[in-house]
Structures are given as structure tokens and as C-alpha cells.
Design a protein around this ligand. Sequence first.
Ligand SMILES: Nc1nc2c(c(=O)[nH]1)N[C@H]1C(S)=C(S)[C@@H](COP(=O)(O)O)O[C@H]1N2
Ligand SMILES: [Mo]
Length: 430
Amino acid sequence: MDKKSTKDLEVSDRRDFFKKTAALGVTALAGTSLVASQDDNAIMHHPKWGQVWGDPVTKNRYGMPSAYEHNNTRRNTKLLASGNYRASIAVTPIHESEGIITPNGLFFSRAHGGTAQVDPKEFRLMIHGLVEKPIVLTLEQLKRYPSVTRTHFIECPANGGQEWRGPQFNSLQFAKGFMSCAEWTGVYIKTILKDLGIKPNALWMLAEGSDNSEMGRTVPMDKVLDDAMIVWGQNGEALRPEQGYPVRLLLPGWEGNLCVKWLKRLEFSDEPWFAKEETSRYTALKPSGKAIQHFYANEVNSTVVKPSPEKPWTDLEDGTMIEIEGLAWSGMGTITRVDLSFDGGNNYVEASLKGLVLPKCWTRWSYMHKYKKGEKLLLTSRSMDDAGYIQPTVNEEVALMGVESIYHRNGVETWEVNEKGEVNHVQIRS
Ligand SMILES: Nc1nc2c(c(=O)[nH]1)N[C@H]1C(S)=C(S)[C@@H](COP(=O)(O)O)O[C@H]1N2
Ligand SMILES: [Mo]
């Protein structure tokens, strides 16, 4: 073992610290610290939790977050979706998110017929239609196919859809929480089709759920053969019931509604199912009255996470170095760059991408800012992806789509930081 003295460690930690902060583009740190030390004697007290035996290690067979984190929960409101609590949507507290993974208990959840409780022993998946060997699989049989693990977001295409005409929610959770990101484990459908044999005239795949809504969605074959997956693992454990336990469809980057949960049937066909039984696609109405029909991938998007209405700067002291953090994502590819504006989109600086930068995945970004007490800011972020897309301004988006749309809103979002450090959701028409 390396026997460095504490002093050595301190020195090298400090070196690392300055290397890192230099990499973040922070200058003028000499003689100052990121966190100002105040008169605070708390460290002098022997805390009460250290004076008693702790809970037995087996108290929670399935671990729970600290009781002090009780506010970090999904939330729902009757304003969202149908207003029926069973068939509604519970949104993710993005303002509390760390990194790019949403914990399973906080993953957003939308269910048209309530959350089904599927008995895995009774689960069957039927794969039929234009395949050489139609089959009915048990869960165990399905899991014998070679599996892969991939990190992807799922976003309801109605994320932010209440806000075409202007902000409705002074909240990041409600404005952008119809999405989450997880590490999924399952099998590529192309792997199964190699085994079963697909007929050349198969052009569409119908996926159907076994829940009360029997949700059906049709997916074009090129997506099926690209990266469509059937998944059973979510962040290192079985899918949660809210995510479709035991098995759901995952179409990386595409509309969340297509990712059918509690999956029971895949049928391959030479015509789109919605030509027969209409249940299966969302359209986007343009100002001309025409609709875009085949509108599947969630476009390049981003938001500032900290600060946000839920994470204001009211307690920040003048001169504090503060990290502005956000998320960027694109259903078309990998995030290549994120810009941040302090004046509502007139001028931009480039933010740094943090940690893993993966395709069709949340990407964390940050920018270090020296806070001036009383300053007023309009924080706007704008992201780009490797498919060549850039997030539109509000006016660009409205010119194309009008304001009657519900789905696929990805125009830039702005938080106003007022002189007290409070953060409000505003819309800048530029
Ligand atoms: N079987 C079934 N699948 C479903 C739904 C449903 O109601 N039933 N809701 C869809 C919608 S609209 C969305 S946005 C996503 C949400 O996935 P999540 O609940 O895991 O976040 O699931 C989709 N899959
Ligand atoms: Mo959705």
C-alpha cells in the first residue's frame, strides 16, 4: 500500500483541485476559496448520531434514502395528462438529479390504465406475424438471448408541451420532468429476429402492452433493426412496475409513448397498424393546418438544472464561485456542445460537458460563474448534437410549429434570476 503522509495527500489533493478548476476555466482563484468559511461551530459538537448504536445493518432489507431526503419525490398534478390519478403522470425531480442516472424510485411514470402488477410466472411474450418461426416466450426463455446494457433517456413527447404559449409552471420538475434516464439491460430485437427469421415484406412492428390500456404502438422496421430493445433490467435491478415490469420495449431516443410497457406481443406486418386500428401515433399540427405524421425521435434539447425555480440563489453571498449545471439530450445522436447565455440568448459562452457523453442519453454540463449579489440574469442554454441539429430559439420553433402543438417542444428555455436570487421561468421571444 502507498504510505503517503496526510500532509502529502493534502498537497496532492490541492494540486488536483487546481488542475480541475483550471480545466473548468476558472481563473483568479488565488487567495480565495470556492466556499467561504463562516463562523460555524457545528464541527466542535459530538453529533447525537455518533453517541448511540446505529440501526442494525439489516433493518432495511431493501435500502431506502435518508429520511432527510423525504422531499425528493416524484410529483403529479391534475393539470397534467388526463387529470385521472391512475392514468396520469408522475414527474421526476430533475432539480435534485445528480449525474445522468435517474434512481428507479424517481423515474417518471406515465400509465394510461394505471400501473399493472404482472406476475413474472404468468408473463408470456408472443412474437408473430411475418416471421419464419412465430413463438411464445416465457420470461426465462427471453432472458436466454444474449443481453446488452445501454444508458438512454426516455422522454414523453409531451414534455414541456403545456408551454407553447408561455411558461405554465414555475418549476423545473413540472416544466421538464416528463423524462428520466437509466441504464437498461435487455436484448436487441434484431438478435431475436436473427433467431426467428424475418420475412422480407415485414415493414412494421406492432408492440402491445398487457396492461388495462392494452397500449399498442407501431414502429417502422428500420428502427427495429437498428437499436430497438426489449429490456428487463433498470439500473442494476429488475424493471420497476411503473416502468413495465417485467419487460418493456425501448426505442432509444424516440418518443416515450412508443416504449410499450408490460409488453405481451410483437407482430410484424407489411402495413402500419394505424391503417387498421388507430391507436398508434401522435401527429404534430403545423400552422398551415397540415400535420407531421411520422414524427418519432425527440429532438436536441437542454435545460439549466441549477439554478432553477426549485434551486434558487437566494442564500448565495456576493462573489461566490457557483457551478451552473444542466442537462442536454438528443434522440438523434450524441450531444457535441452546449452553450450558456446570461442575457436570454443574445450572447453565449461554451459550457463543459461532464462525465460520460453517450448517444441518446442525458449529458451533464456545467459552467463556473462568479455570483454578484443583486445581479439580474436570463439563463438560457442551447445544445447541439452530432446529427447536426441545434436547439431552436422560441421564435424559430413557433414559426415552424405555431403554438397549437403539444408534442416535441424543444425551443430554448430561460430562467430569470432576479436581484434577490430567486429563479423564475420566463419565455424570451427571440
Ligand atoms: N403498456 C403501456 N405502455 C406505455 C404506456 C402505457 O400507458 N401503457 N405509456 C406510454 C407513455 S405515454 C410514456 S411517455 C412512457 C413512459 O414511460 P415510464 O412510465 O417508464 O416513464 O411509457 C409508454 N408506454
Ligand atoms: Mo407520454
